[in-house]
Design a protein around this ligand. Structure first.
Ligand code: FES
Length: 147
């Protein structure tokens, strides 16, 4: 959670992205100077198949208010089926998120290819807007007894 100089809530969003598609799409969005919310911090991984659901839980535990998981479109994964594994794992994770105190609306799963800078901008802006409306994620800080 972060605040602007006027005290308004500005969400922190962590994005786990695959190196081959979404990271390159995000880079394209940047080099194309598309207007995006600056609230997202990217963590680049070789493939969405490498994204352990615990990474998402850890991100929330360490102060994220929202999470994006994004990689290659179906059939475009550079490791053949990593994104299919990720999709199954993510669907299961969403079922369990509520039990872990995480509102599933705080999490976005998307496919963004290397040529989709505009789609990445939309994913970022939509996620930040939605998380801003949900407010700060405080459940884990409260459990830890932190203010
Ligand atoms: Fe991009 Fe597998 S290499 S999702």
């Amino acid at each position: 959670m972060a605040e602007t100089s006027n005290g308004a809530f500005e969400p922190k969003v962590t994005a786990f992205v695959c190196n081959w598609c979404t990271y390159t799409g995000a880079d394209l969005a940047g080099t194309s100077r598309l207007q995006m919310s600056p609230n997202v911090r990217i963590i680049r991984l070789p493939c969405t198949g490498r994204i352990d659901p615990l990474f998402i839980v850890k991100a929330f535990e360490r102060g994220a208010d929202g999470v994006i998981v994004s990689g290659c479109h179906p059939a475009d994964c550079h490791y053949t089926s990593g994104n299919y594994h990720a999709r199954r794992r993510f669907a299961l994770f969403l079922e369990l998120a509520g039990f872990m105190g995480i509102d599933p609306k705080r999490i976005t799963f998307s496919w963004v290819s290397a040529s989709e800078g505009g789609k990445w901008r939309d994913v970022v802006n939509d996620t930040v807007t939605r998380v801003r409306e949900l407010g700060p994620f405080t459940a884990y800080r409260e459990l830890a007894g932190k203010p």
